[in-house]
Write a new protein. Structure first.
Length: 202
């Protein structure tokens, strides 16, 4: 049986994409990264993909009449490459049913909070503004709602007195970069099963 074929979607710096690349390079992750999908052609993650020898699908949403239009193109590219798992790693666009339904149970997202707390954008700022003492990182399946799919794994990050958005983000990103490759490896080894809202890891 060949390695699990994955595509990574990202919009920015790409530190989580890099964590996956590094895990593969150091033989800690048994997958083949087939494609980076990015909606911002000038993003740092595009350079990271080039450095890693990973093909890219770059697009500008404003060049399309709708989200569904560009997702139809993306889906064709995923199918052409026989991508088996989609990993959203800092991809800042809403996903429509075009992709969600095609990859039901085969699309995951990493989010910088302990869901269901603080979904959506600016989750780190939300946690600080709310005054919670603990936040963290969640990896979950994508179901079409706002960060609402079944949760696969979570890690807590304590908020220290005097934390800024920048200082907290640094610690959260470090946890993300460890947790995401771990979860992808579990999926690659067939150890993740979904039963309704509950995810079982064997």
């Amino acid at each position: 049986m060949g390695k699990l074929r994955i595509a990574v979607f990202a919009s920015g710096n790409g530190s989580n994409f890099q964590a996956l690349v590094d895990a593969v390079r150091h033989e800690k992750l048994d997958v083949s990264i087939e494609l980076l999908v990015c909606d911002k052609p000038a993003a740092r993650v595009v350079e990271r993909a080039a450095e890693a020898g990973v093909d890219t699908f770059l697009f500008k949403p404003k060049d399309y009449p709708s989200r569904e239009a560009y997702e139809t193109e993306i889906l064709a590219e995923l199918v052409r490459r026989d991508v088996q798992l989609v990993v959203l790693a800092g991809y800042m666009r809403i996903i429509t049913p075009v992709l969600v339904e095609a990859y039901e149970g085969r699309m995951i997202n990493i989010h910088p909070s302990l869901l269901p707390a603080f979904p959506g954008v600016n989750a780190i700022r939300q946690a600080l503004d709310h005054g919670v003492k603990v936040t963290g990182v969640s990896v979950h399946f994508v179901d079409g709602g706002l960060d609402s799919g079944p949760i696969i794994a979570q890690r807590a990050v304590e908020i220290a007195d005097g934390d800024t958005e920048s200082s907290l983000a640094e610690r959260i990103h470090a946890v993300e970069q460890a947790l995401l490759p771990h979860v992808v490896q579990l999926i690659a080894h067939g150890r993740v099963a979904v039963e309704g809202r509950h995810v079982r890891v064997g």
